[in-house]
Design a protein around this ligand. Structure first.
Ligand code: GLC
Length: 417
């Protein structure tokens, strides 16, 4: 019914005589595919329209993959397209887009109090040369999902170290035919880099340190070998992960076919929906650590910006402002599981009642590690993705792939300096 109304609105706008048409502004909002039921999101857009008579939102979805969305924006913004007004950006793109001059400066939209309320990670991601180019929308960090019921059945607590995860997974899958042990995102794409970094950081490694490329290191070789061993040596991860993304792993786990899964927070809401085969059986905790190192989680998340070439920047800003409100971020958290970028919501009683584990996520988001914050990040990831993938599928040894990545990233950074 709501979408019929929206269509009617768009139809009315298109068919109005020229003098009346001026009274409506159509703001085009581009964002990635909504995981799960998109209806609550549409409802929120309708709320904005009701509160802002004269503005009609045209909601245009891009594919879910961050890499494909990035490609769309680069092509269109390089061509100075004004076909969309508000865009949702991955944490890793804002510096690149700001440097290219594609984003409207939104510094005036954030009061000091607001700046303080948003988590520091996304705030750094949206700030370039001391100016703010986007407003944090929702935040992500890698988490470990587990089957509470199965761990209880066999008398285990959730694993704290990778060694424990392997031991528990081997024990349970040998007694539960058809169950996968541990699934994660291993396809050659951005999600793979997010996954691999969690092991590199957890083992004391990194890609860049103080501007220097440090990807070819013993720590990283060991960590990358360990990820491959999850598949071939410990056999707790099925080889299918080398083609898996967030949604494919979410479907497998959601159908009750895996014991552990690494994923972003959004999946929990979907598991808890009426009719879900794993409703009430899923626990969420920190990613395990190596016996000596810390638990490391990659910072992800999405920010809203305004296209520099937009013909309706003021109206576009209004939509961004609306999604930045605590109330809107709370609705999206409850309905879609998008975790608020605002810190204050993590002590919100209603939200905690709906999602008991949310309070525990505060520290995870405070400590989540950003991928290298540089306008050249996309070049770096385009080098690391195939190298990590080659190491996981055994085409190269971890030494060979990291050495090759080191050489190429050194070259990129030297050329850009
Ligand atoms: C999620 C994260 C994003 C990350 C992507 C990788 O959407 O929020 O930061 O780049 O997954 O697939």
């Amino acid at each position: 019914m709501k979408s019929v109304l929206l269509l009617l609105c768009v139809f009315i706008v298109c068919c109005l005589p020229a003098d009346k048409k001026d009274k409506f502004t159509v703001v085009v909002f581009k964002h990635g595919k909504i995981a799960g039921d998109p209806e609550p999101f549409r409802k929120l857009l309708k709320k904005f329209e009701d509160e802002n008579p004269g503005i009609v939102i045209r909601d245009e979805m891009l594919p879910a993959s961050t890499d494909e969305q990035h490609q769309f924006y680069v092509i269109n913004l390089e061509g100075k397209s004004s076909d969309f007004d508000v865009l949702s950006m991955d944490v890793i793109w804002v510096h690149e887009f700001a440097r290219a001059g594609w984003l409207r400066d939104l510094t005036h939209m954030l009061s000091g109090e607001d700046r303080n309320d948003f988590f520091p990670g996304p705030m750094q991601a949206v700030t370039y040369n001391n100016r703010v180019y986007a407003i944090p929308w929702y935040i992500d960090a890698g988490l470990l999902y587990y089957r509470k019921d199965l761990l209880e059945k066999y008398g285990f607590s959730p694993p704290v170290t990778w060694e424990e995860l392997i031991r528990i997974a081997q024990y349970i899958i040998s007694r539960e035919p058809g169950l996968y042990g541990f699934i994660w995102q291993g396809k050659q794409y951005e999600g793979l880099v997010c996954n691999v970094l969690e092991y590199l950081w957890g083992n004391g490694g990194d890609i860049l340190r103080d501007g220097k490329v440090v990807i070819y290191s013993d720590e990283n070789i060991h960590a990358l070998r360990f990820i491959r061993d999850l598949i071939i040596k410990y056999k707790v991860t099925p080889p299918l992960v080398t083609t898996a993304i967030e949604e494919s792993t979410r479907h497998i786990f959601g159908n009750g076919r895996a014991l552990f899964m690494r994923n972003w927070p959004y999946a929990w809401n979907i598991f808890e929906k009426e009719g879900s085969p794993v409703k009430g059986m899923v626990g969420v905790t920190l990613l395990p650590s190596f016996s000596k190192g810390p638990s490391a989680s990659t910072l992800g998340g999405w920010q809203l910006g305004v296209n520099k070439y937009s013909k309706h920047p003021e109206e576009a800003e209004k939509l961004v402002e609306f999604f930045a409100l605590p109330e809107s971020q709370k609705i999206l958290a409850i309905t879609l599981g998008y975790k608020p970028a605002r810190r204050s919501l993590y002590s919100d009683k209603e939200l905690i009642k709906e999602q008991p584990f949310i309070a525990g996520l505060y520290d995870v988001f405070m400590n989540a590690r950003p991928r290298p914050l540089t306008p050249y990040y996309m070049m770096i990831t385009q080098v690391t993705q195939p190298e990590f993938s080659a190491a996981l599928s055994g085409i190269k040894t971890p030494e060979e792939s990291l050495k090759a990545a080191q050489r190429q990233i050194d070259y990129i950074l030297a050329a850009e300096r």
